[in-house]
Ligand binder design. Structure first.
Ligand SMILES: *[C@@H]1O[C@H](CO)[C@@H](O)[C@H](O)[C@H]1NC(C)=O
Ligand SMILES: CC(=O)N[C@H]1CO[C@H](CO)[C@@H](O)[C@@H]1O
Length: 738
């Protein structure tokens, strides 16, 4: 037994084949250096064509090369983790810590109530002692429909949790379970109960959906729960009192399931909002939850999930505890991050939504350097660390001696609700450290990343756990504008982190590994790629049209480093993509999104950030993520790109696509019909032809969307007109200038 006590609760494996990778990337780097040397040593002389174009190419290639270097810490030494749940139960089953689960929702239209309660039900049914589990729903829209749905869920849970326990249901989200079970046959007792519970669920679902359609909760239901009276004084979602309801309190007889077992605590919270007080978005909601939950259940572990991410594995809580409770290494681990996985990714993933390389590769690499980012969902935290505790070497957590202050026992439910309410008021945070040193940090649109970084700056590490079977499954964006807007927010947030006071922290403290610093830079510098990529998409093609070479010709020895770097790097990326579970077509799609992100999302994020610095607070570009509803999901399943309403982003993308098409066509026409022996261009300007050619091939969906498709998801006519005009005039202007 004594020996067993020392066997760790998880193991760490290193990746193989790293030597090959190191040699290969060194050779690529040599190639990149040759490219730089070529650019510097071959600048056209004064008066020669293409001098400025050439210098621009050098700057762009310099930046691409330097940025490429930042990619390496991720791939140097990836680590893979494996927890041992059975050891955890052997040693700690009796003293498992309390866990508070925070689910955040913010908009009942984008995030329908039925989806939200499926997430809530799925985490309530974790394989974990229910008296140690509490689930909090933060509703930033303060929608009575969401409250009503949660109330219905609290009743349904009394049947659902025993059902899950009896038949070892997994996934524990009812909607997902009924979907997976549809095709398989089961024992008759299961089949009978399944029918009953499915009926219950469907009735509940239609009641909630009806309320949603009517836009309000039917009057006759108001008498069913006192909580509805809170909406009597409600004026709007940005102006209301705190609404806090403990729907299941874990001890009343009304909080027992049909088998008489205790149920997890279930709480609805809509924090106070006033128009004149900044609410700090999700970070503000999380901090209110932190305080309110400390009064009600005060769990030591906090799991934070988005409302669209249901649990796909009822064991993942125990998995995470293996890391946090490990006697030896657990003491320095602040949080365990799981990857964000999606249930509705199509086979070839047209929008690159799965982020496979990030989750299958890069986060493992960061794990070796001190831990992955905190990405705001699917993350298990330790409360005291999230609330600002600093690391020190003597620190050791004694899980056996955890004393749970049980406010539940002391106060009556009503008193408890009143006391907790005060913690979610607008004014509570005034003159406190909340948002600055405690809880999630304010003032950045990627509050989670900044918070994770500040935790690392306080000396802690994090762990990345990427299980075979995903811990949580969410919904990926299904239209191009959604994807572009999402990436704009991420890249803008990353850039803010770099410019903000938090970035100083990286240098001020010795805590963060230089490799990890590079990795953070890799993500935070996304926006700086916008201008170089635009340059590479425009200038070489225009010069091609004009007949001025910007790359070495094929017969020159300088051609070799270009060919090697381009070919080597793309084959490496392709291999990595396939290794992460993608398809070849998926890689091609990913490449397209990679291009679109850089030339639109990052560009707009860059411009917006700069405008903000100079005091223009409103974004000048109105970007709409809304799309025509009709048949969107059918097209998504057929992997047809959904462009949606016209927006500056789409015009930009279409212009770039057309510009390359015109340049390539113009060049061919010129060579074949006008200049004799014109095919020599394939020697003198092979790389420019190749570059334009690839850009045209990758943009095929745009041409289709502009001119061939008839459905609602095509590019709007106005975009077609604007972009054609812009692209043509750019070509004509460029040719006619000297
Ligand atoms: C989700 O869980 C089911 C079993 O419950 C499993 O078959 C499936 O592969 C999981 N999904 C993912 C993406 O891991
Ligand atoms: C392929 C797939 O699973 N598509 C689904 C993605 O999510 C939307 C919204 O939940 C569904 O309508 C699709 O069927």
């Amino acid at each position: 037994m004594a020996e067993k006590e020392h066997s760790p609760l998880f193991e760490t494996k290193r990746a193989k084949g790293r030597v090959f990778y190191k040699v290969f990337s060194l050779s690529l780097f040599v190639g990149i250096c040759f490219i730089w040397v070529y650019r510097v040593s071959h600048i056209p002389r004064e008066g020669e064509d293409g001098k400025w174009g050439w210098i621009g190419m050098f700057c762009v290639e310099l930046w691409f090369g330097l940025y490429w270097l930042l990619r390496h810490p991720f791939r140097w030494n990836p680590r893979f983790r494996e927890p041992f749940r059975d050891r955890l139960s052997q040693r700690y089953e009796e003293v498992l810590p309390k866990v508070d689960i925070f689910v955040c929702t913010a908009d009942p239209v984008i995030e329908p109530a039925v989806m939200v309660i499926n997430t809530v039900l799925s985490v309530m049914a974790y394989d974990y002692p229910p008296d140690k589990l509490s689930v909090y729903l933060s509703d930033d829209a303060a929608s009575d429909i969401t409250f009503y749905a949660l109330f219905e869920a609290s009743i349904f849970a009394k049947q659902w949790l025993p059902f899950c326990r009896k038949f070892k249901v997994d996934p524990t989200s009812p909607a997902a379970y009924f979907k997976t079970i549809a095709s398989s046959t089961h024992s008759s007792s299961h089949a009978k109960e399944l029918l009953t519970i499915k009926k219950l669920y469907q009735d509940m679902e239609s009641r909630i959906e009806n309320a949603g359609k009517m836009g309000r909760v039917p009057e006759e239901l108001h008498s069913k729960h006192k909580g509805f009276s809170a909406w009597d004084s409600y004026s709007s979602r940005s102006d209301h009192d705190t609404i806090l309801q403990i729907l299941l309190d874990g001890k009343d007889s009304s909080a027992k399931d049909v088998d008489g077992n205790v149920m997890p605590i279930l709480v609805y919270l809509a924090r106070e909002k006033r128009p004149q007080v900044p609410h700090n978005f999700k970070a503000g909601a999380m901090n209110s939850l932190l305080r309110v939950s400390s009064m009600i259940s005060n769990g030591e572990i906090i799991l934070n999930v988005d409302c669209d991410m249901y649990s796909n594995n009822s064991q993942s809580l125990r998995d995470a505890l293996c890391f946090l409770m490990d006697e030896d290494q657990g003491r320095e681990i602040a949080f365990v991050q799981t990857p964000q996985c999606f249930e509705n990714i199509t086979k070839n993933d047209i929008y690159g939504g799965a982020l496979q390389v990030v989750y299958a590769m890069e986060f493992h690499g960061m794990d070796a350097l001190g831990g992955p980012l905190y990405i705001g969902t699917g993350c298990f935290h330790r409360r005291e660390i999230l609330c600002g505790r600093k690391f020190n070497n003597q620190y050791k957590k004694d899980w056996n001696g955890c004393k749970n202050i049980d406010h539940m026992k002391e106060a009556s439910l009503h008193e408890l609700e009143e006391k907790s309410k005060a913690l979610a008021s607008c004014t509570y945070e005034k003159n406190t450290l909340w948002g600055k040193e405690m809880g999630l940090l304010y003032g950045c649109s990627v509050e989670d990343v900044v918070t994770g970084l500040s935790i690392k700056c306080r000396g802690w590490k994090s762990v990345y756990y990427n299980p075979q079977r995903s811990a949580f499954l969410g919904v990926a964006p299904t239209t191009l504008p959604q994807v572009l807007v999402q990436h704009k927010r991420w890249s803008e947030g990353g850039f803010q982190v770099l410019l903000s006071k938090y970035s100083r922290a990286w240098y001020a403290y010795g805590f963060i590994n230089p490799g990890l610093r590079m990795a953070y830079c890799y993500y935070n510098l996304w926006v700086t790629l916008s201008w170089p990529t635009l340059y590479y998409c425009i200038i070489p093609s225009l010069y091609l049209l004009k007949g001025i070479p910007l790359f070495p010709q094929m017969s020159s020895p300088w051609f070799i480093p270009y060919a090697y770097v381009m070919l080597g790097d793309s084959s490496y990326c392709l291999m990595e993509f396939l290794w992460s579970g993608g398809t070849v077509k998926g890689w091609w799609n990913d490449l397209r999104i990679w291009l679109y992100k850089r030339t639109s999302s990052y560009l707009f994020a860059f411009v917006d950030t700069i405008l903000k610095i100079f005091g223009f607070s409103e974004s000048t570009f109105i970007v709409s993520a809304k799309v025509a509803e009709e048949n969107v999901s059918q097209r998504y399943e057929k992997e047809v790109m959904e462009f949606g309403n016209s927006s500056p982003m789409l015009t930009l993308l279409a212009t770039l696509a057309l510009l390359n098409l015109f340049c390539l066509l113009g060049t061919f026409i010129k060579q074949v019909f006008i200049i004799e022996g014109g095919l020599r261009i394939f020697d003198t300007m092979a790389l420019q032809v190749l570059l334009s050619g690839v850009l045209v091939l990758i943009n095929i969906p745009v041409y289709q969307g502009l001119f061939l498709r008839k459905d609602k998801g095509r590019l709007p006519i106005s975009v077609a007109v604007q972009s054609t005009t812009l692209a043509l005039s750019a070509c004509v202007l460029f040719i006619s200038t000297r």
